[in-house]
Write a protein that binds this ligand. Structure first.
Ligand code: ADP
Length: 288
């Protein structure tokens, strides 16, 4: 199965062009949608999830014309938004049970079985009678996955899921997503490069509503092989380096700028060749 996005455009009433003639194919598996804040990721996710309209373009999930058959899409969609509100005091069980009713699981005994199975799956069964509003960030995100999985979705959309999770919670969440990604299309929208490198077999980088790259993270890193060079420089000379070289990133390491430079040939001057990381790919695409 494949999600086919064609020539999607969206300009908000304030004149911001959030999607600019974007075309993209998303296959089964974990797909990372990477871009800086404001790139248009949420707009794209909400459009695919039929929560808002595009100005033009089309989205097909296999044969299904998503933008023309919103109800059909919603039946096969699991959506975990950036933040979801919960009724204060509602327990994990009661809230999932309620959401299952809304998703059309009518029979009470079926629903109980489904809700318990989902709670087991996301490792929250022991907490089923606790209020979701009292959950930690990681528990909430796992609860979010449980609600997104009601009704066996074929397409799961997860928007910025790991913000605010500690490393342990993030790992548990990663493992859960990877399991799901074996059978369905999971789109993971994030600005965290690490999330995509660890989890996704395919990815896209977008900025200003346009597609900069799509392919596998591995191919992207290989394509930059031998062209990334690194050097620790003095703070006062950083600006001069930025003028002289194609600096794609700089970060402070122990108080000193460590710069990464793109160059097809050895820039000399004490630069050392480093293996291109996905972060290099990201900054290189952004700098072009
Ligand atoms: P991302 O999810 O990558 O951070 P968004 O899709 O949220 O990007 O935003 C893309 C651009 O559209 C940004 O410049 C943002 O400020 C703008 N934008 C998003 N939603 C709206 C809205 N409802 N009205 C006006 N501008 C918006």
């Amino acid at each position: 199965m494949k999600l086919q996005i064609r020539n999607l455009s969206k300009t908000y009433s304030n004149g911001v062009k959030a999607l600019d003639n974007l075309s993209l194919d998303i296959p089964t598996g974990m797909f990372g949608l990477l871009g800086p804040n404001g790139a248009g990721k949420s707009t794209l996710m909400r459009t695919i999830a039929t929560l808002q309209e595009a100005d033009s373009g089309s989205v097909f999930l296999a044969e299904l014309d998503v933008l023309k058959n919103k109800m059909e899409l919603r039946k096969v969609l699991g959506y975990l938004p950036q933040e979801f509100g919960v009724y204060p005091g509602a327990t994990a069980f009661s809230l999932l049970n309620h959401l299952a009713v809304l998703k059309g699981v009518i029979k009470k005994s079926d629903r109980k079985e489904l809700v318990n199975a989902l709670l087991e799956r996301v490792n929250l069964f022991e907490k089923r009678n606790k209020a979701v509003s009292s959950f930690s960030g990681g528990m909430r995100q796992r609860f979010g996955i449980a609600q997104a999985l009601i009704g066996d979705p074929r397409l799961v959309i997860v928007d910025e899921p790991t913000a605010g999770l500690d490393p342990g919670e993030r790992n548990r969440f990663y493992n859960l997503l990877s399991e799901i990604g074996e059978q369905v299309i999971v789109i993971l929208s994030t600005h965290i490069v690490e999330d995509v490198r660890e989890l996704c077999s395919n990815m896209a980088i977008i900025n200003e509503g346009q597609l900069l790259y799509t392919g596998s993270p591995k191919d992207a890193m290989q394509a930059l092989g031998g062209q990334i060079w690194e050097k620790t420089v003095d703070k006062p000379s950083l600006a001069a380096y930025q003028r002289a070289y194609q600096v794609i990133s700089n970060k402070l390491v122990a108080g000193q700028p460590l710069i990464h430079v793109y160059s097809k040939t050895d820039p000399g001057n004490g630069f050392e060749s480093v293996k291109a990381s996905l972060e290099d790919v990201f900054f290189w695409e952004m700098s072009r």
